[in-house]
Write a protein that binds this ligand. Structure first.
Ligand SMILES: [Zn+2]
Length: 273
């Protein structure tokens, strides 16, 4: 379902998964999963005792509510299968057998025949990986397409624990450092990206910056993002977000830079006093 001609990516999609997608439950039992439990909308299968990660899994259910609160994204309305492997060797073995044509990554979100699936393995990074991939899954459960940069920018934003999303993402520090040397994120450049292989560290970071600006900067920017996603959901191909933001908030890039430079925990807290 990659749609590079529109510079959109709907998901990492694999035509060869056709056979694999049939009979999820049968596949899972055959693979020897230890536990399975539903944390709506996630249908979770683990190769290790699920109790080890049940707090994390419960937190994922909140993720959907956060997407709705922040972006107006409705509930998934369908199950997302989450496969958690005991270690990276078991994970890699499974990928070799079932997803051989997918470039190896520490965690994956795949959509095939309308079924979203997340794959990850038990590690120190699992909470981050799971929040990241499940953000992709929740977005693609309700949106026919998501621009690649926005897909990754949102996943980078929501991969942090809720209490750390606003101020504690390491991207912020790096962006501020880069600003000293005049390197600033350009939305138009990000919008030209059409393939995940073009997404390097800088592109992830810059995508995060624009998402952060829209969620924590001027309210008009967040409104424009919400409207943009709504138009995608309703099947209306929206104009580039960079154009829309510039129309609504002239000098958007300067506003982004000011936002990144001035974003402080204290100023945010003082708004509530
Ligand atoms: Zn991602």
């Amino acid at each position: 379902m990659l749609v590079p001609k529109h510079r959109f990516v709907a998901a990492l999609v694999l035509g060869l998964l056709t056979a694999h997608a049939v009979g999820l439950a049968r596949d899972c039992r055959a693979a020897g999963w230890v536990n399975t439990r539903q944390f709506p909308p996630f249908d979770v299968w683990t190769e290790f005792p699920l109790t080890e990660v049940q707090d994390l899994l419960a937190e994922l259910a909140q993720l959907q509510q956060d997407l709705h609160r922040d972006l107006g994204v409705p509930g998934a309305g369908q199950w997302v299968a989450v496969h958690l492997f005991r270690d990276k060797y078991s994970y890699a073995r499974y990928l070799r057998q079932h997803l051989a044509h997918v470039p190896y990554r520490r965690a994956l979100y795949v959509k095939s025949q309308g079924q979203g699936r997340v794959y990850a393995y038990r590690s120190r990074e699992l909470p981050t990986d799971l929040r990241h991939e499940c953000t992709h899954a929740l977005l693609h459960a309700v949106l026919p397409v998501v621009p690649l940069w926005l897909d990754e920018g949102l996943a980078e934003y929501y991969e942090m624990p809720a209490a750390k999303r606003s101020f504690d993402n390491p991207h912020l520090r790096t962006l501020r450092w880069n600003l000293i040397f005049g390197s600033a994120p350009q939305l138009e450049s990000l919008e030209k990206l059409g393939d995940i292989s073009e997404m390097k560290q800088a592109e992830y970071r810059n995508s995060w910056a624009w998402v952060h600006f829209m969620l924590h900067g001027p309210e008009a920017a967040r409104q424009e993002l919400v409207r943009y996603l709504w138009e995608i959901a309703s099947g209306t191909p929206p104009a580039a977000l960079s154009q829309r933001l510039e129309q609504r908030l002239p000098g958007t890039r300067q506003r982004l830079l000011a936002h990144l430079k001035g974003w402080k925990r204290e100023s945010w807290l003082s708004a509530f006093r």
